[in-house]
Design a protein around this ligand. Structure first.
Ligand code: HEM
Length: 230
């Protein structure tokens, strides 16, 4: 992931932005779907070089999140139940099936990028980066497929969740949207904000930081666990 600066990956969210904003303006009430599709296309490009796999990334990310949720299987609350034999553990059958389907997807993406690299048509992506260094790292096909596949799954719902928190915040505190808009207009004029504008946009930065603090996406401290219980 540290190669992202060199490979200009920071540009990828901007490529997908026009479609995202157009969809949001056409059908604002479908924001959840539109935001997950947007971050899905960004992550699909980042992981595999093309936006096409966003629906599958969403599907497998939802599957993974559901599986690790305390509400999913009773073993997530009473781990000792994992010692029960398979025939009385329906959660084991479900998980085996989910794992098998996810594995097929990851391996297919590995093979697809490898084929595009052979044909010299592979765009920059985490998968291409991992495959280019396979001899050096000694990774197996499966290891390479999982390293990148899991990055894809980790990146899609986390980021769309942050976008949804932004909508919630602006709905509750519209005065902050007005302050943000003034900052964007002052610094960027008619164009969209870019990463290089960040040092000159303290309000935007503060809002982003506050969104992540106010509604933590992952429980990473005692206070966020307290929030999740509310
Ligand atoms: C607002 C967005 C995000 C939040 C809040 C978030 C949060 C987290 C947290 C709390 C962890 C666990 C860290 C630990 O306990 O060691 C984690 C791990 C991880 N995240 Fe994110 N993440 C976000 C976005 C992303 C994105 C966009 C990607 C990929 C492009 C990503 C990829 C990963 C990976 C691969 C791991 C596992 C790292 C490891 O264990 O080696 N995350 N993330």
């Amino acid at each position: 992931m540290s190669q992202s600066v060199k490979t200009n990956h920071g540009n990828i969210p901007y490529l997908e932005c026009p479609q995202y904003l157009a969809e949001l303006m056409q059908c604002p009430s479908d924001y959840e779907n539109i935001m997950e599709n947007y971050t899905g296309r960004v992550i699909s490009r980042l992981a595999f070089g093309v936006p096409d796999h966003y629906l599958e990334i969403r599907q497998y990310s939802h599957g993974l999140l559901k599986a690790i949720s305390p509400a999913a299987y009773i073993t997530n609350i009473i781990p000792q139940l994992r010692f029960l034999p398979s025939w009385v553990s329906p959660w084991k059958w479900t998980e085996k099936r989910r794992h098998a389907e996810e594995r097929v997807f990851f391996m297919r993406m590995h093979d697809e990028v490898a084929a595009r690299m052979n044909a010299k048509t592979a765009k920059t992506s985490f998968m291409r980066h991992v495959l280019e260094r396979k001899v050096e790292t000694g990774l197996s096909d499966e290891e390479a497929a999982y390293i990148v596949g899991m990055i894809g799954l980790a990146g899609v719902l986390t980021t769309s969740s942050a976008l949804m928190t932004y909508l919630l915040a602006m709905t509750l505190y519209p005065e902050w949207q007005a302050r943000l808009q003034t900052e964007v207009d002052t610094i960027c004029g008619e164009r969209m904000p870019e990463l290089s504008d960040a040092p000159r946009m303290p309000i935007l930065r503060a809002v982003i930081m506050e969104l992540l603090r106010w509604r933590p996406i992952t429980p990473s401290s005692m206070s966020s666990l307290y929030y999740l219980r509310q």
